[in-house]
Ligand binder design. Structure first.
Ligand code: CP3
Length: 341
């Protein structure tokens, strides 16, 4: 039994004494303890070594005290396992030396045995569960097929992912074949994560907002829906689409337990678009954690009042930034924990 199950109860839509709180990217560069390990081990070594991945996962739980842990890993371990080379370059971020640009390239991409290629993730989950000792639930995650395609085709981060969109619109057959391969891998991967012990999963569609509402349906949502369909009877699924407020109405009917909202969508608009009842997660502007702690606390209270204490998980609207003082992240988490109606 998990001692603090507030997060799981909110996902199920149960009445809670206060909303649960966690922060996207809560294991990250704003923590000196994280930086100490980053100095010693390169990024994918940290992902691939269960002792390191579990230690990094538990750091924010020990230091800041959110109500859920999220496994330290990356969405890009999926393309790596699919025979697409991925590096993490300091100052640049993800770097894929051989991007996918044609149907011929897509044919080289494999749907792997996830236990063989990604067994290190399952081992990290098992070790993390031991280290958490049932204090809080553990979240597993994957990127959406569209967001993975963005990196696989662009080859690196981008302001507009123009090459990814070019493949979709000039060679849609190749794009769909790639998206389906990523979807099949992701479903097997998330099922293995659930079997290894995660208590919920989140799908990150970080670049969904690059697409028009019509293209979003065709190139992103269709595949996320397959993932939700395949997982929803085994675990609670959270879908976070950055810049995807326009899709909230369809997302609310998908079988997902909760939907992430970024900071550009008001609580009121998100509630309206989703019909009022589904659990929503978000949406503090990550840059607002640069405000003084007293102001953060005031704004968090306002945010919870606007979303309502039930059917709600307090979070940021995207990942925490590296330049956030630890005490400000602490103020965010404390403000939620101190919330009273
Ligand atoms: O939330 C957590 O604490 C769990 C860990 C986590 C990481 N990446 C660790 C990480 C999660 C959930 C991710 C997901 C991820 N990775 C996404 C989706 C979420 C989002 O932020 O939109 C995306 C788009 C990626 C791809 C990726 N990996 C990027 C763009 C970067 C940043 C590059 C940079 O230098 O800023 C990474 C690297 C990465 N993944 C870091 C961390 C803590 C920072 C680099 C490092 O630790 O060396």
């Amino acid at each position: 039994m998990i001692k603090n199950d507030l997060f799981l109860r909110a996902l199920k839509g149960e009445t809670v004494e206060r909303p649960p709180v966690w922060m996207m990217r809560q294991a990250g560069r704003y923590l000196p303890e994280f930086m100490a390990l980053k100095k010693k081990y390169d990024f994918f070594t940290r992902c691939r070594t269960p002792e390191l991945a579990s230690e990094i996962t538990v750091q924010p739980i020990d230091i800041i005290g959110p109500d859920a842990a999220i496994l330290f890993s990356d969405i890009l371990v999926i393309p790596q396992a699919m025979n697409i080379e991925v590096e993490m370059k300091d100052g640049i971020g993800p770097w894929l030396p051989n991007p996918i640009r044609s149907l011929k390239d897509v044919e080289q991409v494999v749907v792997p045995d996830v236990h063989e290629e990604l067994g290190y993730v399952m081992n990290a989950i098992k070790l993390t569960k031991e280290r958490l000792d049932n204090r809080v639930p553990l979240i597993g995650f994957a990127g959406s097929p569209w967001t993975i395609l963005c990196y696989a085709v662009q080859g690196q981060g981008s302001k507009n992912f123009d090459k990814a969109k070019e493949l979709c619109f000039s060679a849609p057959e190749a794009a769909h074949q790639l998206l389906q391969k990523i979807t099949d891998t992701t479903i097997a991967y998330l099922k293995a994560k659930v079997a290894a012990g995660v208590n919920a999963v989140q799908v990150f569609d970080s670049w969904g907002g690059m697409l028009s509402p019509v293209d979003y349906q065709e190139f992103s949502w269709k595949y996320i829906q397959q993932i939700v369909d395949a997982l929803k009877d085994e675990t609670e699924v959270i879908v976070f689409g950055k810049g995807c407020w326009f899709a909230l109405h369809d997302m609310a009917k998908s079988g997902a337990a909760a939907l992430g909202v970024d900071w550009t969508c008001s609580a009121r608009n998100a509630r309206y678009l989703t019909g009022g009842n589904i659990t929503l997660q978000g949406n503090f502007d990550p840059s607002r954690l640069l405000s003084p702690p007293a102001e953060i606390k005031k704004m968090v209270k306002q945010m919870i009042d606007e979303f309502g204490k039930d059917n709600y998980i307090a979070n940021l609207g995207h990942g925490i930034l590296p330049n956030i003082p630890v005490e400000n992240a602490q103020a965010f988490v404390d403000a939620v924990k101190e919330y009273r109606m």
